[in-house]
Design a protein around this ligand. Structure first.
Ligand SMILES: [Zn+2]
Length: 509
């Protein structure tokens, strides 16, 4: 069977500028054909893959992995891959086709999951659109006869139907056999604010003759839409692929391309990025090209999960078994490993977008929480539309302060007054006693549960009532057997556990 991977390149200057029916010959790099679609000029480079016949016979490590789609968040929030079945016939999807598309989605997940385990305990998986009940969401779209004859017409038809959201990559299973696979990508190597990361809609199309292959064609085209492979990557070809086999993105894609076997395991034909130096590494070191250039593992269309075998719940310094075994924690952070006692809570906060970490890859669980960060955590955690958030009125919180609106919310909602009459002290630490005070004001009204029994919290101590309340509700069991350590700073990891427990007790319905 003839297998063709084709590949579209978005012209970096023309998108959204040149209308349908016009052509700007300057827009496409040498060696690329020009196509015009709704929204502007794009460039196309269809290629043929040499059929080397080498395919792993069994890729999946477990039955469960081969069957289950891992669901993320609500299923529709944020940037997502949208599976679409497109036909020129009746707009129905029979059970066999539904099963094939579902398996393709799962296979892409498996390719990403297994490929990301170059960093132990980390899984990077695609964010497919799914239902709240965790079923795959597959749009069924009918297009006019003739539309599937080429990719540009398919994209144009999608635009006409409003399927051109920048927060979606449309992964199209086409009811035709014109192509094997084809996809859009932008040439943009920048590390942040990359045009492949939600700047415009992306499209990939896989035709019936390539729905199989254990999902390798689907995963290949998905990876193009996420921004692979950029021209100056160490092993890049001129046409968006790579030369260091085995690798799901590498093949002889033109007359000037020669490949070498740098990664000898044939399973690499179902894996991303041989040596993890061209387009995908979950945590590249500073001498890696991906440390300073666009890395598909950083895409906001994928989710970073951290696996854990925690058989127990965890609190600040003490294990507390709440009877719920935890199998997987989710987080986007490389510094949260299987052993971290706050991993589950941190993952939960990350999924809810309460935390974005201390930088793009890390959560920094042992760092103290500042008052400004705490304002942001609480504001995202219990947003209250009653309070607008602009005027702050503190000498040390200007309008450009990163937490200005969060601090304004905290003050307007009556949860704090600042550290003195004119200052908020946004960089000051939050003590464990103060943390108890904040949670008490948010959730407890005026509850009085008596004394806490902690040896280091007297009845007259600041926050004695609040500390007794967090102990009675199980939000915290203290820092040691009979102590709460009210004057010690709260770490970011402890804060995560406090918030998670509060949510379980007061907001989860
Ligand atoms: Zn390709």
């Amino acid at each position: 069977m003839r297998k063709t991977f084709a590949f579209l390149l978005l012209a970096s200057t023309a998108v959204g500028v040149v209308g349908f029916g016009t052509a700007d010959a300057e827009a496409c790099p040498a060696g690329f054909e020009e196509v015009v679609v709704a929204g502007g000029v794009q460039c196309a480079h269809p290629d043929e893959v040499p059929a080397n016949g080498i395919r792993p016979t069994s890729f999946y490590t477990t039955e469960a992995e081969a069957r289950a789609l891992t669901c993320i968040g609500s299923g529709t929030d944020g940037n997502r891959l949208q599976a679409v079945f497109v036909t020129e016939g009746q707009a129905t999807l029979d059970s066999a086709d539904r099963a094939a598309i579902t398996q393709g989605m799962i296979n892409v997940q498996a390719v990403y999951r297994s490929s990301s385990q170059v960093v132990p305990g980390v899984e990077v998986i695609p964010r497919w659109v799914h239902t709240p009940d965790c079923d795959p969401s597959i749009d069924v779209v009918r297009v006019a006869p003739g539309t599937l004859a080429d990719f540009a017409a398919t994209i144009e038809a999608f635009g006409d139907q409003g399927r051109d959201r920048p927060d979606r990559k449309y992964i199209i299973w086409a009811d035709s056999s014109v192509y094997c696979g084809i996809a859009t990508v932008s040439v943009d190597e920048s590390k942040v604010a990359n045009r492949n990361d939600g700047d415009h809609p992306g499209y990939a199309r896989i035709d019936r003759n390539c729905w199989g292959y254990q999902g390798s064609v689907v995963a290949h085209e998905v990876t193009h839409t996420l921004g692979a492979i950029q021209p100056s990557a160490p092993n890049a070809t001129p046409y968006g692929h790579c030369t260091d086999e085995y690798d799901i993105m590498c093949y002889v894609d033109g007359p000037d391309t020669t490949t070498s076997i740098d990664c000898g395991d044939h399973r690499g034909e179902l894996a991303l990025d041989c040596n993890n130096d061209d387009y995908f590494h979950p945590d590249p070191s500073s001498d890696n090209w991906l440390y300073t250039h666009w890395n598909v593992a950083d895409s906001s269309f994928v989710e970073r999960l951290v696996t854990s075998d925690l058989g127990q719940d965890a609190d600040d310094g003490q294990d507390v078994d709440d009877g719920q075994d935890v199998e997987v924690v989710s987080a986007r952070f490389v510094d949260i490993d299987r052993e971290n006692p706050h991993g589950r809570a941190i993952g939960w906060l990350a999924e809810r977008r309460v935390t974005r970490g201390c930088d793009t890859a890390r959560f920094c669980p042992d760092q103290p929480v500042t008052r400004g960060q705490m304002a942001a955590f609480l504001h995202r955690f219990v947003p209250d539309p009653r309070f607008g958030a602009n005027a702050v009125g503190f000498a040390d919180v200007g309008p450009d302060h990163p937490f200005a609106s969060d601090i304004a919310w905290l003050v307007e909602s009556g949860l704090t007054r600042g550290c003195d009459e004119s200052s908020f002290c946004p960089d000051g630490p939050v003590t464990r006693g103060q943390m108890a005070g904040f949670l008490y004001r948010v959730f407890a009204a005026d509850a009085d549960v008596g004394e806490s029994g902690f040896g280091d919290v007297e009845g007259e101590s600041p926050f004695a009532t609040e500390i007794a309340w967090v102990a009675a509700t199980g939000i915290s069991q203290g820092c040691a057997a009979d102590r709460f350590c009210p004057d010690e700073p709260v770490t970011r990891g402890q804060m995560a556990s406090f918030l998670h427990r509060s949510w379980e007790r007061f907001l989860d319905d």
